[in-house]
Structures are given as C-alpha cells and as structure tokens.
Design a protein around this ligand. Structure first.
Ligand code: SDX
Length: 398
C-alpha cells in the first residue's frame, strides 16, 4: 500500500490575517474596536459612530458624523438600481430573505461597472475615489436593499420605498422608515444598539470569507454577497433564527431538562451558546439581554419564550456539561427574542445581522486592499490521501 504521509506544500500559505480593527480576548470575554471596549461604545456611540471608527480609525466629531450620514443617505449611495429591484422581485415571495439579499448584492456589482474591477479594469480600486464610491454605494445601499427584501418576502408592495429625506435620522430609524414600520422609539434605540453590537467581530467566518474573496480581486459587492452566504449558515448568523426555533421547539420551562439531555447526547445543539473564541461570557450577550428586557417591558406581554430562554440559560450555566466545555451564551442567544418582539419573523433575523455586519465587512475589505503585502488567499492543506503516483488500470481490470 502507498505510504500515507502529510504532504508539506512549502509555499507561503495564508492561514492568518493581519488587522488593526477589532480585538477579542476570548479568555477574559473582552471585545474592543480600535481599543474602545464594546461596553463603552454601546453606552456612548451610535451605529454610524462605530462605522466611522471601523472605517477610518477614529470616532467622528459632530460635523464629521453629519457629513458621513449625509453621504450614506444621499440618493447616489442609497438609490437601488431598477435592475437590482427586478432581481429581488424575481424571487418567489416565499423565499428565505438571505438568498434574495445575496442575489441583490451580486446584481449591484453587475450594474456598477465603474466600481467593478472585472468591468472597469483590474486597477479600479487603486483609485482612492473609486474605492470610496464603492464603499459608500455598499454601505448606503445595504439598508434600502435589506428593507426592500423584507417587504418583498413579506408580500408588501411596493418593495422599495423612497429613502427618508431625514438626514438627522439614526441608521436604525431610517431603516425602520424604509421598512414602512411605525417604530416606537424604544424599538429604534434597541435596533440601533443591536446593529452596533453586531457590526464587527474580528476574523469570524463571514468576515474571513469577505477577505478571502477580496484577495482574488473580485468586486466589493460580490465579496459582500459571499459574506451574506457565510452568515446565512446556522452555525454563524443563522443561529439567531436557530435560537428562536429551538425555544419554540422546547415550548415550556418544564421541558428544558429533556432538551438538555438531548444536547448532552449530541442529538441537539444549544443554539446561541458556545463560541470559537470566547471561553467566557460573550460581552455582547450581557448587553443584549438587558436590551431584551427593555423591549419586553415596552411590548407589555412578557413574551412566553423569554421565560424559557432565561430558565434555559440558567440551567445550562449551572450544568457541568457546558461549564466543562466553557460554553456560554453568545450574541445570538437573546438577539432573536428582541427581533421577534419587534415583529420580525425568524427568517429575517440573519438579514438584520448582515445589515449590521456589512460595516465590518467593508472595513476589512478596505484594510485588506491597503495592505502592501496582500496576496491571494491560499489556506494551507494537510494532505492525508494517497500520494501516488498510481497506475490507471483499464476499466475491465478495476
Ligand atoms: C456567531 O466567530 C464569530 O465571531 C462568530 C460571531 C460573530 O459575531 O461573527 O460571534 C457570531 O456566529 C456566534 C455563534 C453562533 N452559533 C451558535 O450559537 C450555534 C451553536 N454553537 C455551536 O455550534 C458552536 O459553539 C460554535 C459553532 C459557535 C463553535 O463551534 P466550535 O468552535 O467547533 O465548538 P467547540 O470546539 O468550542 O466545542 C467544544 C465542545 C464540543 O463537544 P466535545 O466534542 O468536546 O464533546 O462543545 C460542544 C462541541 O460539540 N459544543 C456544543 C455547542 N457548542 C460547542 N454542544 C452543544 N451546543 C453547543 N452550542
């Protein structure tokens, strides 16, 4: 038999990315953006404050924030091309919104020749103005696209509403306006905070996907479409939806022990728990849990699933199976409950995650393009197959 051996490629493979945007201390449960702790940003910054910090490395002054917001809300950045609207409308109303959003972003790349290296020439992103326009188009279009997708799959017409003229609206207020929602200020503030908490998280699966796609020289919009695809997965952004469906399946506090037994028997996962990096409480989860209780106070009816969620969290945190594996609630455990209380269907939760994370994806896209040593991504492979060379026998002798 051929000797199996690990084949060492010996090439300069890309296994780790270099970044100065976000840092996580998984053991301590710390999350910082450009050195600012998430707790302080959550208490003192808006989503656009954080977006400016991620993109440009500094928190904006009042004048800078006004200019930044006007640039994002301007029709040149936020109007959705008729052909992109047609792509959204071509999907059945019963579609899950994430594939629709993927297609819409990909279509945005196809209808933006001046901002697409494959159409305008490979060096288009070497021009700072073109890169800035691509960045603004992506960040300005994301809210109208996510809102238009929501209205389409919700059977609402017209799918795309005229963007609010209000330059003084927060990012969340404007998004709720684009949805056509008459949102209570508590919901708008809660959504603004959830968007901020989900904006960036170092080299998570979807951000690393955007970097990997960017490394091939593809346009920003196609890279963002790939980020949405990665986020759609139930182990990543799809977990927000997965938590709700898990709580609905458990149904009552009395059935928690039976569910946890299935988790320990590896027949179920405790959605919203565990993390690739955190071996402690996800700092975002604590903040979101507080937001959840503010929203439920506003909704008036203590959502029955909240009682199940709180009891489930307590039972898991007291259980050796989870403690021994350092499994704690992550950002998704409570966020779905908040979105549900606001009236969103579970299938739409990952779209809200993508709306927030688009800011981080664009910041990492920019940072990657600024890296003079950037190379096409080529992860290392540990080859454990038949090395060969092996003879190919005639078909009748196989
Ligand atoms: C996000 O990376 C990011 O930053 C992501 C994110 C972001 O902001 O971008 O934070 C957002 O995606 C949060 C995660 C959302 N996903 C979920 O809530 C899905 C449920 N979680 C798990 O699937 C899991 O915890 C992952 C996917 C999050 C992490 O997977 P890992 O790193 O493979 O888990 P691990 O190595 O820490 O697991 C150690 C043990 C294993 O058991 P044993 O083999 O030791 O017996 O813990 C078990 C795992 O099977 N385990 C779980 C579990 N998570 C891990 N068992 C039950 N339920 C879980 N949720």
């Amino acid at each position: 038999p051929h000797k199996l051996r690990v084949y060492d490629p010996g090439y300069a493979h890309t296994l780790a990315y270099t970044s100065a945007i976000t840092s996580i201390d998984g053991a301590a449960g710390h999350l910082r953006h450009r050195g600012y702790p998430i707790e302080s940003l959550a208490a003192n910054a808006s989503y656009l404050d954080l977006l400016h910090l991620l993109l440009y490395g500094s928190l904006p002054t009042r004048a800078q924030l006004t200019r930044f917001r006007r640039a994002l809300y301007a029709p040149s950045a936020s109007l959705v091309h008729a052909d992109v609207r047609a792509v959204v409308s071509a999907f059945p109303r019963s579609s899950h919104p994430m594939p629709v959003l993927m297609a819409a972003l990909s279509a945005l790349g196809a209808v933006s020749p001046a901002l697409n290296p494959s159409l305008a020439g490979a060096n288009v992103y070497a021009c700072p103005r073109a890169r800035a326009r691509a960045q603004l188009k992506a960040l300005g279009s994301m809210a109208p696209l996510c809102a238009g997708v929501f209205r389409h799959v919700s059977g609402l017409a017209p799918a795309f509403l005229a963007p609010a003229c209000g330059d003084d609206l927060t990012f969340a207020e404007r998004f709720l306006h684009l949805l056509g929602a008459d949102a209570h200020p508590v919901f708008a503030r809660a959504l603004e905070l959830l968007l901020l908490l989900h904006a960036d998280h170092e080299q998570n699966c979807s951000t690393a996907t955007v970097r990997q796609l960017t490394s091939s020289g593809v346009d920003l919009f196609s890279a963002l479409s790939g980020g949405v695809a990665a986020l759609y997965g139930p182990l990543h952004g799809g977990a927000t939806e997965g938590v709700l469906r898990m709580l609905q399946r458990i149904g009552s506090v009395e059935r928690i022990p039976q569910f946890l037994a299935r988790v320990k028997g590896k027949q179920e996962k405790l959605m919203g728990f565990g993390h690739r990096v955190y071996r402690n409480y996800d700092p975002r989860a604590r903040i979101i849990r507080d937001v959840a209780h503010q929203v439920f106070a506003r909704v008036g009816s203590e959502e029955p699933l909240v009682e199940v969620a709180v009891a489930l969290e307590r039972a898991a945190l007291e259980d050796e199976f989870f403690a021994s594996r350092k499994l704690f609630p992550n950002c998704d455990f409570y966020s779905g409950l908040v979105y549900k209380a606001m009236g969103f269907e579970p299938g739409y939760f990952p779209v809200l995650f993508a709306l927030a994370r688009c800011g981080g994806w664009v910041a990492h896209w920019n940072e990657f393009l600024d890296d003079p040593d950037r190379r096409i991504a080529r992860p290392h492979q540990r080859f454990v197959g038949e090395v060969g060379p092996r003879e190919v026998p005639p078909v009748d002798e196989r």
